[in-house]
Design a protein. Structure first.
Ligand code: UDP
Length: 361
C-alpha cells in the first residue's frame, strides 16, 4: 500500500486535488493523508471547497498564512518537515505554483521523499512572478512531473529534465470541469440571486500581485470595469480578499459598487454557474482562463503574459496588458463576438486516473 502525503494551501489547489483524492479513495493500493498549510483560510476560500468537492478532511492544519513570501515559505517548511517525519509517506504530492507547493516539495526532497508535481512545466517566463519561481524550483526537485499540455512537456524537455520523470497526463481541471459542469445549470443559485440573465453579463476576477500591488494597473482595471458595466453588459466580480483589501484602502469600493456587482468569493459550484452563463470572462486567474474555454465562453486575460498560450493562439483567450481603459474596453468589445474553433489541448478528462495509475505503478 503506497502512502501519499498531499500538501494543499490555496483555493485552486483544493479544486485540482478533488479529483485525484477521489481516485485515491476508489483504490485499495494507495492511501492519502492531507496537510493544509493554511495559506487560504477564509471559509469561502477554503472550507467550502472541502465540503462541496468532498476532499478528505486534512489530518494536519498548519494555520500558516500572511507575512512575506520568505517568512511564509520558511514557516511552512518547518512544519511540513515535521509532518513528513511523523507520517513517513512514500510520496509527497503537490499542485500548481504557490508557496505551499514549493514548501511541500522542498521539505520532501531534503528528506529524500520523492515528490509528485501536478501541473508541472508551466512557464510565464516572467521571473518577477512568485508563481514562476515556485514552479521552476518545484519542477527541478520533483520525481514525477505531471504536465497538462504538449507545451508544458516541451518546456521541461528544453530545461533538460530527464524524460522518464515527465508524464503528460492532461489537465486535472478539465476532469473537474467535465464533472461539475454537467451538474450545474442556470436554475436557481447565484444567477437568480444577482438577477443575471444567461449570456447577458460579464464575469470578472482579479487577484494576481502584478495587478493588485500595482495601483495604476488596478485603478485602470477598476475604471474599465465600471465603463464596461455601464456601456456594454453588467459586470459581476467575486472579489478576492487581497484585492478587496487594496480596493478598500484606496477608497475605490464605493464608486465600484455603484456600477459593478461586487460579491464575496463564491464556492466552486456557484463559480461554475457564473462561468458557464457569462457572455465573457475578464480575469487574471490561470484556472479561470481555462474554465472559460471548457464552457465555451470568450475570455480576456488582463496580464502581460499567460502560461496557457494555446488558448491565445487558438483565439479563445485575448491577452491584454491592463494599461489603459481604452485598450481594455476595446478588447472586451471585440472578444464578445469571437467565434474560435474547438481545440483539445488538455487531455481526455481522465487525468486523475492517469496520475494515480502512475503513482501506484
Ligand atoms: N474560483 C471559485 N470562486 C471564486 C473565484 C474563483 O471557486 O470566487 C475558482 C475558479 O473556478 C478556479 C479557481 O478558483 O477553479 C481559480 O483560482 P484562482 O483564480 O484563485 O487561482 P489561479 O488559478 O490563478 O492559480
Amino acid at each position: 500500500m503506497k502512502k501519499v502525503l498531499t500538501v494543499l494551501g490555496a483555493r485552486p489547489q483544493f479544486i485540482k486535488a478533488s479529483v485525484v483524492s477521489a481516485e485515491i479513495v476508489r483504490r485499495n493500493d494507495i492511501t492519502e493523508v492531507v496537510t493544509h498549510t493554511g495559506q487560504h483560510f477564509d471559509s469561502n476560500m477554503s472550507d467550502i471547497f472541502f465540503k462541496e468537492l468532498g476532499i478528505p478532511v486534512p489530518k494536519y492544519q498548519l494555520g500558516i498564512s500572511g507575512g512575506s513570501h520568505g517568512e511564509m515559505t520558511g514557516r511552512m517548511l518547518i512544519h511540513i518537515e515535521h509532518v513528513i517525519k511523523v507520517e513517513c509517506p512514500d510520496i509527497v504530492l503537490v499542485y500548481g505554483d504557490t508557496n505551499s507547493t514549493l514548501a511541500g516539495a522542498l521539505a520532501a526532497c531534503k528528506l529524500n521523499v520523492p515528490v509528485a508535481h501536478v501541473e508541472a512545466g508551466l512557464r510565464s517566463f516572467n521571473m518577477r512572478m512568485p508563481e514562476e519561481i515556485n514552479r521552476i524550483l518545484t519542477d527541478r526537485i520533483s520525481s514525477w512531473l505531471f504536465t497538462p499540455t504538449d507545451i508544458a512537456t516541451q518546456h521541461l524537455n528544453r530545461e533538460g529534465i530527464p524524460k522518464d520523470r515527465i508524464v503528460q497526463a492532461g489537465d486535472v481541471m478539465y476532469d473537474v470541469a467535465l464533472f461539475y459542469g454537467a451538474r450545474v445549470n442556470q436554475e436557481s443559485g447565484r444567477l437568480n440571486e444577482l438577477s443575471l440573465n444567461p449570456k447577458q453579463f460579464i464575469l470578472a476576477t482579479i487577484h494576481r500581485a502584478e495587478n493588485t500591488d500595482d495601483l495604476v494597473r488596478l485603478h485602470t482595471i477598476v475604471k474599465s470595469l465600471i465603463k464596461i458595466s455601464k456601456e456594454i453588459l453588467p459586470v459581476v466580480w467575486p472579489v478576492h480578499p487581497r484585492t478587496r483589501q487594496t480596493l478598500s484602502e484606496q477608497g475605490w469600493l464605493t464608486i465600484l459598487e455603484k456600477a459593478v456587482k461586487l460579491i464575496d468569493p463564491v464556492g466552486y459550484l456557484a463559480m461554475v454557474q457564473l462561468e458557464k452563463h457569462a457572455a465573457l470572462i475578464a480575469t487574471d486567474s490561470g484556472g479561470v482562463q481555462k474554465e472559460a474555454f471548457f464552457y465555451g465562453v470568450p475570455c480576456v486575460t488582463l496580464r502581460d503574459e499567460t502560461e496557457w498560450v494555446e488558448l491565445v493562439t487558438s483565439g479563445w483567450n485575448h491577452l491584454v496588458s491592463p494599461i489603459s481603459v481604452e485598450v481594455i474596453f476595446g478588447a472586451i468589445s471585440r472578444a464578445l463576438s469571437a467565434k474560435p474553433a474547438r481545440i483539445e489541448p488538455y487531455g481526455n478528462g481522465n487525468t486523475a486516473v492517469a496520475i494515480v495509475d502512475e503513482l501506484t505503478r
